[in-house]
Design a protein around this ligand. Structure first.
Ligand code: UN1
Length: 512
C-alpha cells in the first residue's frame, strides 16, 4: 500500500497549488480558476490547482525572456552541470515521483518508475551533449577564407506535453533545450498538473542552489486557451507539442502562420508484423506489453497485429489465453498489469470505438467492457480487448487511446508492409521474424514508413538514445537522442576573410 499523503508531502504538493512558476517564484493572479484534480485510480481528489490566466502567462514569458539573456551566456558545459544536478535530484526522488505519476495518471508503478528513469537517462545524455554541440567546418572556394557553422540557442522554448507521459516528455525537451542555451516554458496536460508541479519544484531546488537566473524553467498550468496563446506567440521561436493529431494540426497551423518552428509528436497507429518465421513466445511478450501497457495510452502502443495466415490461429489462441491472465486494478499494486484509463471521457471513447468496430464488422475474440464493483469505483477501469478486423475499416485507421487491439491476416510480406503503411499515422512499427531477408526488407526503403522500425521487439518502449518521433500525421518531429538537439538551436554559417582583398564568390567581378 502506498501512502499518497507522504508522497505528496515529499514532493511539495500543497492542497492548493499556484498556476505559474518562474523557477523560484510561484504565483497566480486573483482571477486564476481553481480546479480539483482527481486520481483515475480511486476517483479521489488529490489536490487543487489554479489555472493560469492570459495575464499570468504574459508575465511568465517576460521573466523567461529576461532569463534567456543571461542563461545564453553560461558556457554549455556549465549548463550541462545544472542538468546533471537535475538528474541527481530525480534519482533521489525517483520513488516518490514514480508513485505520483502512477497515482495521477494511472499507469502501473513499474511504468511510473520507468518514466522517471527516462528522465534520469535524458539528463545524463544531455550532460554529455553539452560538450558536443558540434558544427562542421567547410573549405571555402576563396583563398585565405575560412568557413564554418555554429549553433546558437533559439530563446524561449515552449513545451506542451500530454497526460500519458506527464513528466518524461518534458524532460526530453527541457534537458536538451537547456544545454543548448534556451529557457523553457512548460504547459503540462491539464489532466496531470501535479506531477508537473513536482518536477518544477525539483528543478527549482537546483536553480536556487546554483543561483541561476529566475525563469530558466517556467511552468504554466492551463488548458487549451494557454496552448493557443503559446502557438500564436512570436516570443516563442520553437514549440514542442505532444498530443493528438487534432491538437497538432491546430498548433502546427498557428505556428506555421507565423513561420515559427515546431516539433510535433502526435498520434500513432502502430503495428507488429508477425511472420511465419516469428518466435511466437517472444512475440507474445512484445505484443502484449505493446497493446495493454499503460492501458493502451502510449503514442507507441501496439494497435494492430498483422499476422501471417500460417501462424494466425496459433498466435491468436496464445494471445487470447494471455489476455485471460491479465490482472487489472490499482496500478500502485506491483502485481497489476493494467491500470485505469485517464478519465471518464477516455472510457466513453473506448466504448464508442468498440461499438464502431462492431458496426463495421469487427469480430471480438476478447470482449471489452467497463469494470465495476470493489476497487473499480473511479469508473475508469476497462478490459483490454481484441477484435478481428480489416485494415481499411475507419475505426482501424483511427487512433483510439485505449487497449483495443485489432488483428488481421496476411499472405505475403508485400501485402503486410502495405497494410502496416496503409494508415495516416507513421510513428512506430515492428516485425517479428528470425528470417534475415524479411527483417532487412522491412527496414529497407520499400519497408516501414515509420519514424521507428524494430525487429524482434515491440512498438513501444523506445530508449532515449535514439531520435523519437514519426512521419505523416505523427507530425514529423524528433525528440530525445541522436542529433534531435539541432531542432532546439539555430544554425549560423560563418565565412571569414583574412586576406587583403575582397574576392566575390562564384568568381563574380565587381571592380570600380
Ligand atoms: C508517448 O507515448 O508519448 O517508446 C511516448 C515509448 C516511450 C515513449 C512514449 N519511451 O513507449
Amino acid at each position: 500500500q502506498v501512502a499518497i499523503e507522504n508522497v505528496l508531502k515529499n514532493l511539495g504538493i500543497d492542497e492548493i497549488n499556484d498556476a505559474v512558476s518562474t523557477g523560484k517564484n510561484w504565483k497566480s493572479s486573483g482571477q486564476a480558476q481553481l480546479k480539483d484534480i482527481h486520481s483515475p485510480v480511486d476517483g479521489k481528489k488529490i489536490a487543487a490547482v489554479k489555472f493560469a490566466t492570459a495575464k499570468d502567462y504574459e508575465e511568465t514569458i517576460a521573466v523567461a525572456q529576461e532569463a534567456f539573456l543571461s542563461w545564453r551566456m553560461v558556457p554549455a558545459p556549465k549548463r550541462g552541470e545544472i542538468v546533471r544536478q537535475l538528474g541527481d535530484e530525480l534519482r533521489a526522488h525517483k520513488d516518490d515521483l514514480g508513485k505520483l505519476v502512477s497515482y495521477e495518471m494511472g499507469k502501473s508503478l513499474q511504468e511510473g518508475w520507468g518514466e522517471v528513469q527516462e528522465m534520469i537517462d535524458i539528463c545524463d545524455f544531455a550532460v554529455g551533449l553539452s560538450r558536443q554541440l558540434y558544427g562542421l567546418t567547410m573549405h571555402s572556394e576563396r583563398p585565405f577564407h575560412r568557413m564554418y557553422e555554429q549553433w546558437h540557442p533559439l530563446g524561449v522554448v515552449g513545451i506542451i506535453s500530454a497526460f500519458n507521459f506527464p513528466v518524461a516528455v518534458w524532460s526530453w525537451n527541457a534537458a536538451l533545450a537547456w544545454v543548448c542555451g534556451n529557457v523553457c516554458v512548460w504547459k503540462p496536460s491539464e489532466k496531470t498538473p501535479l506531477t508537473a508541479i513536482a518536477c518544477q519544484k525539483i528543478m527549482q531546488k537546483v536553480l536556487v542552489r546554483n543561483d541561476i537566473p529566475e525563469g530558466v524553467s517556467c511552468l504554466v498550468i492551463g488548458d487549451r486557451a494557454i496552448g493557443e496563446l503559446m502557438a500564436h506567440d512570436t516570443k516563442l521561436p520553437l514549440i514542442s507539442a505532444t498530443g493528438s493529431t487534432r491538437m497538432g494540426k491546430a498548433v502546427g497551423a498557428a505556428i506555421g502562420a507565423r513561420l515559427g518552428k515546431h516539433i510535433l509528436e502526435l498520434g500513432g497507429n502502430n503495428s507488429i508484423i508477425i511472420t511465419e518465421n516469428a518466435d511466437l513466445d517472444m512475440t507474445l511478450i512484445g505484443a502484449l506489453f505493446g497493446a495493454v501497457g499503460t492501458a493502451g495510452q502510449r503514442c507507441t502502443s501496439t494497435r494492430r497485429l498483422i499476422i501471417h495466415e500460417s501462424v494466425y490461429d496459433a498466435f491468436k489462441e496464445k494471445l487470447v489465453r494471455a489476455y485471460g491472465q491479465l490482472r487489472i486494478g490499482n496500478p500502485l499494486d506491483t502485481h497489476i498489469h493494467v491500470g485505469p484509463l485517464i478519465d471518464q471521457d477516455a472510457v466513453k471513447n473506448y466504448l464508442d470505438s468498440i461499438e464502431k468496430c462492431k458496426t463495421e464488422g469487427g469480430n471480438f475474440v476478447v470482449e471489452g467492457g467497463v469494470l465495476t464493483g470493489e476497487s473499480y469505483e473511479s469508473g475508469c477501469y476497462v478490459k483490454p480487448c481484441i477484435a478481428e478486423a480489416k485494415n481499411e475499416m475507419a475505426i482501424v485507421q483511427h487512433e483510439t487511446f485505449a487497449p483495443i487491439l485489432y488483428i488481421m491476416k496476411y499472405k505475403d510480406l508485400d501485402e503486410a508492409i502495405a497494410m502496416q503503411n496503409g494508415v495516416p499515422q507513421g510513428l512506430s512499427s515492428a516485425i517479428m521474424t528470425t528470417n534475415m531477408r524479411e527483417a532487412e526488407r522491412f527496414l529497407s526503403v520499400t519497408g516501414s514508413d515509420c519514424g521507428i522500425a524494430n525487429v524482434n521487439i515491440g512498438t513501444s518502449g523506445a530508449e532515449i538514445g535514439g531520435a523519437f518521433g514519426g512521419e505523416k500525421e505523427t507530425g514529423g518531429g524528433r525528440e530525445s537522442g541522436s542529433d534531435a538537439w539541432k531542432a532546439y538551436m539555430r544554425r549560423q554559417t560563418n565565412t571569414i576573410n583574412y586576406s587583403t582583398t575582397l574576392p566575390l564568390a562564384q568568381g563574380i567581378k565587381f571592380d570600380l
